[in-house]
Design a protein around this ligand. Structure first.
Ligand SMILES: O=C(O)CCC(=O)C(=O)O
Ligand SMILES: [Fe+2]
Length: 208
């Protein structure tokens, strides 16, 4: 699948700022199909409540996050999931060609934030595992109301004095360096659907 946005502009933003917001990143039909797939497996009860940390340090911390997730590798044969993975793979190849990040794979999950759910301010990179390099968040919410909350608040500096809020509107893809940007998910007044992922690399450090 060819990408339907200007990948060179995206690479420029990533190289300059370390983050980028891409509206209409996927064809609308694919976004809708992915939303339907997400809702279908949600209704089948396949999700589990999200945890924080990893390995032995993994724990459900409802005071930190209250979403539920389903890893895409469990449903990789769904056509919408396969198409999404193919598009994300194209992005990964372009990022590697343009920015030499050495990304090797994408791990991602559907996330459902029920009404009122949130994810408090955090960094995505684990203390004991620095493979997560570039965070990807893709939103599935058609016609998200302006006053419904649910924005991702992305802090632009290490002291968290500046931020942008991004509405979780269907088709919007947010990319940011996993070890650099604190962020949080503000509570919403309605159910909020997304696909969150992390491009992982096998070693080496970010070259800027
Ligand atoms: O859904 C979002 O906007 C961000 C989710 C997130 O920060 C995470 O799952 O680590
Ligand atoms: Fe996060």
């Amino acid at each position: 699948m060819s990408l339907q946005f200007d990948i060179d502009a995206v690479l420029d933003r990533l190289a300059t700022d370390g983050w980028v917001v891409i509206p209409h990143a996927m064809p609308a039909a694919l976004t809708a199909e992915l939303r339907d797939a997400c809702l279908q497996v949600w209704q089948q009860g396949l999700f589990h409540e999200a945890a924080t940390g990893r390995g032995d340090g993994q724990a459900r911390r409802a005071e930190i996050r209250s979403d539920s997730v389903l890893w895409l590798d469990k449903v990789a044969t769904l056509p919408a999931v396969a198409a999404y993975n193919a598009a994300m793979d194209d992005i990964m190849q372009a990022v590697n060609r343009g920015l030499y990040l050495g990304l090797a794979e994408l791990e991602s999950h559907f996330a459902v934030y029920p009404e009122g759910a949130f994810y408090k301010k955090h960094l995505d990179r684990f203390r004991d595992d620095d493979a997560r390099t570039l965070t990807t968040v893709f939103y599935l919410n058609e016609a998200w109301p302006q006053d419904a909350g649910g924005e991702i608040r992305l802090y632009l500096d290490a002291d968290c004095t500046q931020h942008i809020d991004v509405t979780p509107e269907a088709g919007t893809l947010v990319l940011f360096l996993s070890d650099r940007f604190w962020h949080e998910v503000l509570p919403a007044t309605q159910q909020r659907l997304s696909v969150t992922g992390w491009y992982r690399r096998r070693g080496g450090s970010v070259p800027w």
